[in-house]
Design a protein around this ligand. Structure first.
Ligand SMILES: Cc1cc2nc3c(=O)[nH]c(=O)nc-3n(C[C@H](O)[C@H](O)[C@H](O)COP(=O)(O)OP(=O)(O)OC[C@H]3O[C@@H](n4cnc5c(N)ncnc54)[C@H](O)[C@@H]3O)c2cc1C
Ligand SMILES: NC(=O)c1ccc[n+]([C@@H]2O[C@H](COP(=O)([O-])OP(=O)(O)OC[C@H]3O[C@@H](n4cnc5c(N)ncnc54)[C@H](O)[C@@H]3O)[C@@H](O)[C@H]2O)c1
Length: 472
């Protein structure tokens, strides 16, 4: 077994691990990166990238059926499902070189392709190698959680790890779980010609603002996605082509294929965390705001750190641990300014607390500003008028924003910056934006903070009256 000594050893070459490796090596640290599966992790191979590529195909198909209002005769698209999957694979292949072993070796990272496990507090084994490092990072991500629903062991099912390779179009896809994975996949498959039923145990988009979630839910139902809520699944049965899913109230849904999208399980099994003195729970490695574990030489980032599970969070974590590991500077992760978006159509985006959460935290100090997409000229021109923005404001500064509507994922960026930089709502209201853009919904919502103070204020009216009398 070859022994390697290094400054930093990273386990997992996904969004978090790759960002740390690239940053650390280019700033002069010796870095070992260990990956047991595919370089790029979930996001590239079975998550963000393939799902957004599939959604893009679905959007093209949908546009072909919805042109009548624009004067374009609708046509029924001929969908070659296998070719759609070729497109998905091509998009992955196009991005893969950026995450590849060759690129990282070119940067000077020692890449080991094997499954790693700790054998002590300062030592990891992977394949033919023993690695002693001054600091370790657990960046092992997560995988689909498949609950022990009675019957599941005998029924063929898809997960995010297999659905993007499915080349035959399912006649009727049943999706268990109405979270972001389930809902993005449900709409994409519906638009690509499948019958789709989502069976959700509680509420679809359950982590989002209910009013915003309702906008998306209505749009999806109007497109023909059947969404059953408050419908916990208690049994599954049947075989490929003839699946049945039984709901607690006795209803049975019949379909051809089954997608399990009921959440994620962190990938910590077999990692030997006990040998390293690293505490963990089912949710992830137990870390403080500095992302350090109970073994001060071991950090955890991304999904493995047990918090928000997004690629941009893994990237943000990378910066937090790099500052500590390379420069010995204190650094902490916070969640108040982290946005997320679900790429349904319309999109759903959030940063900071929702209205209900903000009300609990700030009580009467909270002001909620609203603006409807229907009042935005660009949204009207595009006939994408469903949606709204809500801005939660405390003492003149935004603390949370919810957007449901076209390009919500793009629009939330402004607010993520405003909250991170503690920018005042007056700065957003005072920004001059190009007309006509969807981003004007943000400015108009911000302006709503001042309009009652200016337009419904007798004092202002009196002052203006007096000034008008004397102004030359
Ligand atoms: C269908 C789907 C769609 C998604 N869409 C989005 C999106 O649009 N936007 C967004 O921000 N997020 C999205 N996510 C979430 C995003 O993919 C994850 O949050 C992100 O990949 C987490 O990065 P990570 O570095 O923590 O883990 P990963 O990217 O999962 O990487 C972990 C790596 O560690 C490796 N590994 C695990 N154990 C070991 C071991 N013992 N030894 C060696 N290697 C090991 C794994 O093989 C893997 O390659 C989506 C997820 C899914 C499933
Ligand atoms: N656009 C994005 O950024 C994006 C897209 C996809 C995934 N992700 C990430 O992946 C994570 C996981 O997504 P997810 O959708 O798998 O999980 P989730 O936990 O968000 O949603 C799972 C849903 O399944 C339901 N459920 C659980 N057991 C059930 C049962 N027996 N019967 C019926 N319903 C049941 C839950 O009530 C829940 O609503 C997300 O939280 C997010 O962090 C992000």
């Amino acid at each position: 077994m070859e022994m390697i000594e290094t400054d930093i050893c990273i386990i997992g070459a996904g969004s978090g691990g790759l960002s740390i490796a690239a940053g650390a090596v280019q700033m002069g640290a010796r870095v070992v990166l260990i990956e047991g599966g595919e370089m790029g992790g979930d996001c590239l191979n079975a998550g963000c990238v393939p799902s957004k590529a599939l959604i893009a195909s679905a959007k093209h198909a949908h546009a072909m059926t919805t042109g009548a209002a624009f004067g374009i005769a609708p046509v029924t698209p001929e969908i070659d499902f296998a070719a759609v999957k070729d497109h998905v694979a091509e998009v992955i292949a196009g991005i893969a070189p950026l995450d590849s072993q060759e690129r990282f070796e070119g940067l000077g990272v020692r890449v080991i392709r094997a499954w790693a496990k700790f054998t002590g507090p300062k030592e990891v084994e992977a394949g033919e190698y023993r690695i002693k490092a001054r600091r370790f990072v657990v960046a092992t991500g997560s995988h689909p959680f498949v609950p022990p629903i009675p019957g599941i062991e005998a029924v063929p099912y898809l997960t995010n790890e297999t659905i993007f390779a499915q080349r035959e179009r399912p006649d009727h896809l049943i999706v268990i779980g109405g979270g972001p994975i389930g809902m993005e996949m449900a709409q994409a498959h519906r638009r690509l010609g499948c019958k789709v039923t989502v069976v959700e145990g509680a509420k679809a988009f359950g982590r989002d603002d209910p009013e915003a979630a309702a906008v998306v839910l209505t749009a999806m139902r109007n497109e023909g996605v059947e969404v059953l809520e408050d419908a916990p699944v208690v049994r599954v049965g049947g075989q490929e082509g003839a699946i049945e899913v039984e709901i607690k109230d006795g209803r049975v849904v019949h379909g051809s294929h089954l997608l399990m999208a009921v959440g994620r399980q962190v990938s910590l099994d077999g990692l030997g965390l006990e040998a390293a003195g690293v505490e963990f729970t089912r949710k992830g490695v137990t870390v403080g705001a500095d992302l350090r574990s109970s073994n001060p030489k071991v950090y955890a980032v991304g999904d493995a750190a047990g918090g928000l599970q997004f690629t941009h969070v893994a990237g943000y974590h990378a910066g937090v641990v790099i500052r500590q590991m390379l420069f010995g500077l204190p650094s902490k992760a916070s969640t108040a300014h982290i946005p997320w978006a679900t790429y349904t159509d319309p999109e759903l985006a959030q940063v900071g607390p929702t209205e209900v959460e903000a009300r609990k935290i700030h009580g009467d100090a909270l002001t909620v500003l609203r603006f409807e997409f229907a009042e935005n000229d660009r949204a009207r021109a595009m006939r994408e008028t469903e949606g709204l923005i809500k801005v939660m404001v405390v003492k003149g500064r935004p603390v949370g924003v919810t957007i449901a509507g076209a390009q919500a994922g793009e629009l939330i960026g402004l607010w993520a910056m405003a909250i991170a930089a503690k920018i005042k709502i007056s700065a957003i209201a005072g920004t001059v934006l190009p007309y006509p853009t969807l981003s004007e919904v943000s400015k108009r919502a911000a302006g709503a903070y001042f309009s009652p103070k200016l337009f419904d204020n007798p004092m202002v009216k009196r002052v203006v009256g007096v000034v008008q009398r004397y102004l030359p």
